[in-house]
Every structure is written in C-alpha cells, then in structure tokens.
Design a protein around this ligand. Structure first.
Ligand code: ADP
Ligand code: MG
Length: 679
C-alpha cells in the first residue's frame, strides 16, 4: 500500500505537537494533507508597485535597500530593526523587522529583493512589517494556508512537498480515466501539484475545478449509495389496487393536479419492490398534509402503521388535528405522542402502538424513541425535513425493518441544488397552490411607517381578522426573549392596548407554546407577537396580517416561510416587512419578495444573493461541508450528475478496481460526518 495512507507522523518534521494540530484539522494521513487547500497564493512574479498597495493589506513588493538604521532596543526587550528601501518607481518603503537580527543582517544595501508582508504606516510613509524575503530557489508562487496557531504556512508547505513526492512515487487516481477524459479533468497528481505548488495560476484554476468536481461527485455518489442502501427489498409491499376513493370523498376539497400526481408517485413507491425514499417538496400552503394523509390511508388499508414526525410540539398537534379530521371519519385510529404527555398517557399510547390499535401515530421525535415498539411500522413521514440532517434521515431507517420513508419540506430549493442535497431521495414537487387562494400582498416599508402599518393591521382586526408580528431573535437565548417581551409590552401599552395580544417564543415550554397557539387558533388572541418559532407550518386561516420587524435580518427564504403563515383562508392577506436599515442591498432583497410569491423563485434569488452556505444558514442541510465546490455552480452540478449516472450505471456498488479509491473516499467522507456504514 502506498505511503499516502500511513500516519502523517511519518513525515519529516511532524512531531507530537504538529501531529496533534493536524489531527484537530481532521488530517491524519499524507493523503488527507494533500486535500488541505491553500487559502490564497502569494505571487512573487508580479510585485505590486508600493504606491498602489492599500494599507493594512498583505502584498508582494520588489524593492532595493537604500539604507539601514540603527537597531532600537526597547525596555521590554523588543528589538526593532529598520531599513529604508524604494521600488522601481522610486516610491519609498520602510522595512520593519522585529527581534530577528539575522533577517536584518541578511538584507544588503544596494541589492534588490522581492518580499511579502503586511503593509502599514501611513499613506505617504508606507512600511512593510516582518517581511518574508523571497529567495531565488523558492517557488515563484507560494501557497498560503489557513492561519493556525503553531502551524505556519511554511511548515505546511514543507510537509505537503513531501506528500507530493510520495504521490509521484506511487501514482494514485481517484477518478476513472473515462470520466477524466469526458469532462476534461486534470489527473489527480497534476491537480494537487498545481494547487499546492503552482507554476501559473490559470493552471491552478483548472486544478481547482478538477478537485471541486471530484468533491461534488463524491458527495453525489455517496448520497445515491445511501439511497440504494435501504433499497434491498421492500418489507412492506402494498397492493397497488388499494382504493383511495373513500379518502377522496371524505375530503372537504378536491386535490389539485399536483397533489394527485404526488399521491400517485407515492402510492406507486409504496407498492413497489423496494422501500420508498421520497421527498415531497411544496411551497407553504401547497397542501402537503392532504398528500401525507393519502399516503397514511393507503398504508393503513394495507395493514401497516404510519408515523408522522414533526419538528415541534405545535406542529405535531396541528398535524394530529388535521389528520384526525381527514382520517378518523374513515375509521382510522390516529394518536398523538409527544414529550409533554404524562407518563400514564405515554404508556397507554405505547400500548396502543404496540398492539396495533393506533394506526397513524403523530408526534415529535418521541415517535422514534427506543421505548416505542410498533406492531408493523410501514411508513415514516417527517415534516419540515430541513430540520433533520442526513444523519437523522438515515437513522429513521433503522426502526424495525426498513419502513417506507416520506419527507416533506416547505423549503423550496432550486432544482439543481435539490438533486445534490436530496441525492438520496426521489422528489415529488407540489408546484401549484390550491385554487382560489389569493396571493399574499407584500410591502416593504421603513420604520417611519410603522405606525401606519400598525394602523392598517388594526383595521384588519376590526374586520375580525388576526395578525402575527414577528420580531427577530437578535441572538440565541435570552436576548431573543427580551426583544419579544419588551416589544410586546410596548405594543400592549401603546397602539394595541385595546386588543388581545399573546406572546410566543423559543424560551417557553412546549406546553405554554401549545396553549398560546391554541388560544390564537381559537381566536382568543387577536395579535400574536412572536419570534420565528412560528415559522414552521402552523395553520390559522383567519390570520391575514404578517408584520415582520427588522426584516433585513432574515433570509429571503425564511421571510417567505413566515409569509406563508398567512394567506391560508379566503380573505386577502398582507405581509408587511419593516426595515430600519434600508440600504440598497436590503431594499433589493425585500423588493424581490414583494414581487413574487413563488417559493422556488425566492429560493433561487436567495441562493444567488447569499451563496449556499448562508442559504442553508441554520437550517442544516445535513450534508458534509464542501471545501472547493460551490453548490451554486449549476454547470458543474449538471456535469457531476452525468458523471455519477455514468459511473453507477457501469458499477452500481462501486466494486470495480478503478472505482475503489472513489469508494473509499466516500466511505471516509460519510464516516467523518457520522454516517457510518455505507456498506
Ligand atoms: P403545507 O403544504 O404548507 O403543509 P397544508 O397541508 O397545511 O400546506 O395545507 C394548507 C391549507 O390548504 C390547509 O388549510 C388545507 O386544508 C388546504 N388545502 C390543501 N389542499 C387543498 C386543496 N386541494 N384545495 C383546497 N384547499 C386545500
Ligand atoms: Mg405543513
């Protein structure tokens, strides 16, 4: 076996201390180190004229030493050496060296040096601090690695050079030749050399592309293998001829075409040969619950139980009510299992689940706990999937046999991205809203118009409607509490004093939250002042105003989610975004939200404006982090899909020799992210 996979401690200069530093970075082998990428490059071939360099930036300059000054030794023992120099244009530059007499002595008056360092001083009297002098024998372009205490870029460079020579001795490639050729990708060894020891930066760019491609491909194939892993053979095959007519007839509405299509896709999966792994994606209000209920009905008719898992108690409660509403008249036993039940209630619930009396079990994470034994769990539905990472979605599979899985997400994700993020799932999309819905009218206003906005809100209250006012969580924890409570207090004593207000925030117990939400639903509260805990799923059709304070603090997708809390009934709804910091960028973002109610369009814009990291923000897509690739690179995503198709067509389990390295990389990738056991 190549030395690439031996311990990193075998490299020269890697003692206990450096070994530990590397280990903290997740680097344990020379191979890992080769995938530790430079933060930037220092190009000694193109020095910047001194007068062009902004202050406080790092720069490469080429200067001739014009004089040396006497060293200064300060009381505290610091030695300061100063030299004067000037560049080609004659612009002066003072060189400052601290505590390093050798560096000072090495510079000769009259000679010219290329050096890099941080530029300080003033606009007229520039200084370079502790410069690194470039020697002829050094590489013309130098890789600069992330700054880590105790681990300088120079150390990393030296270690990586050794790794590169190991790689040269024993050639190694992670991608099959046909893929390299088809997508014009550089061979691995060349790419790694070009990234760490670049000759020219264009080549480095091509190298990065190859490595980004590989990174994305690994992730994509990993997810697809994950999907396949569950797909041995369905343990709960269902009858495709199961009649859904009673369900359709009991609904108070007819399903939209999109809903019907989704139901068909799901039922076809349920009666297929392998377990279902499907994502039901639909904008807020698109009617995912009715689709989920159809799936439950289908399952129950086939003698199986279904569990529906929601991220919060409020949502679980709401789903319970909705599902009972749809299914109980048809004789289906629906039960609610949440953390806040009493011990006795829980026990009873567990018994009914175990003996099969309970057919549809709705709850929070409680439904998946060890204590819960199902008689025959055929389908697990998770709502608002973005709150559960890939790790949780795979954990679900382990609950007694392999049940079918349906995940529901109200976070529209641009299509290209969905293919990556949900590479382990089939996707059904609800791309239209039930008819008769009036799109929510959205306005972005500055704080100056707050009074008018509240006045407008009160106008709606007078018509018997209800409203939400959302305050941002300034920081996690107490601050968020204070912000809402203080705000609510002001409102109660001020403009809303004649109305019934309620508060909802993350610091309240599940029971308190439920009670408040229940009061709001029962219209015992007119205005609900809340944080984003209200963001997910809650359905109060009589609420027609969503007012959001400090709207610029939220991501577009999140604002869109919040807006989705209104517009659920027959009345015209309004969303008022208030912002105190109306800079151009914020205005542009908020204007976009006013101009469309299409969640996919919002998501696309959000992605473009903020990049994938922020796009997902706290909603944890659950994927391993990407070092080089960008999920916004549509072309590459597209190519990667093709490459993944090609590879898996030929070799579905990656057992071929030429795919071995790729397979091992994937295993490592997922193991590192708590996804043990791809095999
Ligand atoms: P979401 O996709 O956001 O979870 P819900 O399932 O909560 O949406 O549905 C939103 C509202 O639309 C609910 O009040 C539901 O009863 C209603 N609804 C669902 N499907 C239809 C339909 N086909 N026609 C009319 N109303 C519908
Ligand atoms: Mg919902």
């Amino acid at each position: 076996m190549t030395r690439l996979f031996l311990s990193i401690s075998k490299l020269k200069g890697v003692g206990k201390k450096r070994f530990e530093l590397y280990q903290k970075l997740g680097i344990t082998t020379p191979y890992d180190l080769l995938y530790y990428f430079p933060r930037t490059y220092r190009d000694y071939r193109n020095p910047t004229p001194v007068f062009e360099i902004p202050l406080d930036a790092s720069a490469v300059v080429r200067v001739t030493i014009t004089g040396k000054q006497r060293p200064v030794f300060s009381r505290n023992g610091t030695q300061l050496y100063r030299l004067t120099a000037s560049d080609e244009d004659g612009t002066g530059l003072e060189i400052l060296i601290f505590n390093n007499v050798y560096a000072y002595q090495a510079l000769e008056v009259g000679r010219t040096y290329t050096m890099s360092g941080k530029i300080g001083g003033t606009l007229l009297d520039r200084q370079i601090h502790a410069p690194q002098v470039h020697r002829e024998e050094d590489h013309p372009i130098e890789a600069v690695y992330p700054q880590i205490t105790g681990l300088t870029s120079a150390m990393v460079r030296t270690n990586i050079r050794e790794c590169l020579s190991i790689l040269e001795e024993t050639p190694f490639e992670t991608l099959p030749p046909s893929i390299l050729e088809e997508f014009s990708l550089m061979p691995l060894a060349d790419a790694l050399r070009a990234v760490h020891l670049p000759e020219d930066l264009e080549e480095t760019e091509r190298a990065r592309r190859r490595l980004a491609f590989e990174e994305m491909l690994r992730l994509q194939i990993g997810l697809r293998l994950l999907k396949k892993r569950g797909s041995k053979e369905s343990q709960y095959p269902m009858d495709p001829a199961t009649d859904l007519t009673p369900y359709y007839q009991s609904l108070p509405f007819t399903l939209t075409d999109a809903q019907k299509r989704a139901v068909e896709e799901i039922c076809s999966d349920l009666s297929g040969e392998s377990p279902m792994n499907r994502l039901l994606q639909g904008d807020v209000g698109s009617g995912k619950t009715a689709v989920a209920a159809a799936a439950c009905y289908f399952c129950v008719q086939n003698g199986c139980q279904c569990a529906l898992m929601a991220p919060t108690e409020i949502l679980a409660g709401q789903h319970f009510q909705t599902l009972s509403g749809f299914l109980a008249p048809l004789g289906v036993e629906v039960c609610l299992l949440t953390g806040s039940l009493t011990q006795k209630q829980k026990r009873e619930c567990h018994e009914r689940i175990a003996d099969g009396t309970a057919q549809v079990i709705v709850g929070t994470h409680a439904v998946m706990q060890k204590a819960v034994t199902y008689q025959k769990l055929g389908l697990v539905i998770t709502d608002e999937q973005h709150r559960f990472g890939v790790a949780q979605r795979t954990a679900l599979a382990e609950k007694g046999g392999v049940p079918h899985k349906l995940v529901m997400s109200a976070t529209p994700i641009p299509r290209t991205l969905a293919l990556m993020v949900y590479g382990d799932l089939d996707v059904s999309v609800l791309d239209s809203l039930p008819s008769g819905r009036k799109p929510v009218k959205t306005y972005a206003v500055t704080g100056k118009l707050r009074e008018r906005a509240v006045g407008f809100l009160i106008g709606e209250l007078k018509q018997g409607r209800q409203a939400y006012i959302v305050c941002p969580a300034i920081e996690e924890g107490e601050t968020d509490l204070r912000a809402v409570t203080v705000y609510a207090e002001q409102m109660r004593e001020g403009m809303l004093r004649e109305w019934r207000t309620g508060i909802l925030h993350g610091q309240m117990s599940a029971q308190e939250k439920d009670e408040t939400m229940e009061q709001f639903r029962a219209h015992e509260i007119d205005v609900l002042i809340c944080t984003t805990v209200v963001e997910v799923g809650v359905d109060v059709p009589n609420a027609t105003i969503m007012m959001i304070e400090d709207a610029e603090r939220f991501g577009l997708s999140q604002l869109h989610q919040l807006r989705g809390r209104v517009g659920r009934g027959s009345h015209q709804s309004h969303c008022i975004l208030i912002t105190e910091h109306a800079n151009e960028e914020n205005k542009q973002r908020l204007r976009l939200l006013s101009s469309t109610t299409d969640g996919f369009q919002v998501a696309e814009a959000d992605l473009q404006l903020r990049g994938p990291g922020d796009f997902f923000g706290s909603m944890q897509h659950g994927l391993p982090p990407l070092k080089l690739a960008s999920l916004t690179d549509g072309t590459m995503l597209h190519d990667v899909q093709h490459a993944a198709d090609r590879i898996l067509e030929q070799d579905p389990l990656l057992t071929h020799e030429e795919h071995h390295a790729l397979y091992m990389d994937i295993v490592r990738l997922f193991a590192r992210n708590g996804e043990n056991g791809l095999n």
